[in-house]
Design a protein around this ligand. Structure first.
Ligand code: ZN
Length: 196
């Protein structure tokens, strides 16, 4: 079932979330919710979806980045972002266990901030511990775009949206981003938009 994605301003996007027990994870309603969240993410399409975005205050995230999502992005831009396909996987009760201080800045969008995009600084490398959909513990060491996706989605579980971390003078509509900024180096973009 495709679920409705809440948009910025909806109070549930700002509410704290609760953890799921192993019994709950294995229960039919949560398994059905996970399935629907995967369907919703793919239909959007998006590279990640957190439970608060579909109105559930639970620590549950689905992530998948496919090569077909980046067919319009140049190899150079993909390399700069360190963006590679990430297979579908589920994170429950995730905890960031390590976050490198080194940050990288790129334009980032959110399915709950439809139509807009802006520059968000994120750590280049992070480590995460979580449970999967079988309630088994998993450890993730991520860098580049995957690390960005993880930070974005885990923020959702804490009521934080990418606009909170955005260099706000870079906030723009997606068509303007594509027309004017897509292929520009971020350093030049920040200089022009005076976001330093
Ligand atoms: Zn989001």
């Amino acid at each position: 079932m495709i679920l409705h994605i809440l948009q910025i301003g909806h109070p549930l996007l700002r509410k704290s979330t609760r953890q799921l027990s192993s019994e709950e994870i294995l229960s039919e309603p949560i398994q059905a919710l996970i399935f629907s969240m995967c369907e919703t993410m793919r239909a959007a399409p998006g590279v990640g979806l957190a439970a608060p975005q579909i109105g559930e205050s639970l620590q549950l995230i689905v992530i998948e980045d496919k090569s077909e999502y980046t067919t319009n992005t140049s190899a150079e831009q993909l390399a700069l972002r360190e963006r590679k396909p990430v297979p579908l996987h589920i994170l429950i009760n995730p905890k960031i266990t390590e976050k490198k201080i080194e940050k990288v800045e790129f334009f980032e969008a959110c399915l709950s901030v439809e139509g807009y995009i802006g520059v968000v600084p994120r750590s280049l490398i992070i480590s995460v511990e979580a449970l999967n959909e079988k309630a088994e513990p998993i450890s993730i060491n991520a860098r580049g775009w995957y690390a960005r996706i993880l930070q974005h989605e885990i923020d959702h579980l804490n009521g934080i949206l990418c606009t909170d971390r955005m260099k706000i003078s870079t906030l723009m509509t997606c068509p303007n981003y594509i027309e004017h900024w897509l292929e520009k180096p971020i350093s030049e973009t920040l200089k022009i938009l005076d976001a330093e």
